[in-house]
Design a binder for this molecule. Sequence first.
Ligand code: GLN
Length: 183
Amino acid sequence: MRVGVLALQGAVREHLRAVQRLGHTGIEVRLPHHLHGLDAIILPGGESTAMRRLLDKAELLLPLREFVLRKPTLGTCAGAILLAKRLEPAGEAPVLGVLDVTVQRNAYGSQMDSFTGAGDVAGVSDFPLVFIRAPRFTALGPNVSAVALWQNHIVGVRAGLLWALAFHPELTEDLRLHAMFLR
Ligand code: GLN
């Protein structure tokens, strides 16, 4: 498969490497025409405010929105923030606004800026979880299901072809999550 990785900013290389290690072709997406012919896309972690600005500048916001409404999409961390319909603190405008969830940015504050743990992902326990200034899913719409839990917090969700994670599977050697998504 041809799998795009939004390559404006953030953990791009790590996702491309995971895609390639699973035997697929990873494509950097920086401009609207890079979306042509892709089977799926990954929106990486990084800084969602910077991505919002760069998406605008590249005139990629609308074409990307149309793409993620049709094709399998995985958003990790900042990528999950891009997908959400509602952001907290309230008043922040959504970016792509396609996934019926509320996401609180930087939910673990400065004391727990970055941390690792183990959680339950799609029925697999002891899944390695890396959090970096992580967001938190605070409300899910009726068609959204939780696929990852860490200490009773929902840290991964899915609604049909849209997947969003608060953690960074691309920063571990564990490829199971990418494999599940690409299957
Ligand atoms: N806190 C970042 C944001 O608001 C997300 C952090 C990350 O992607 N690791 O965009």
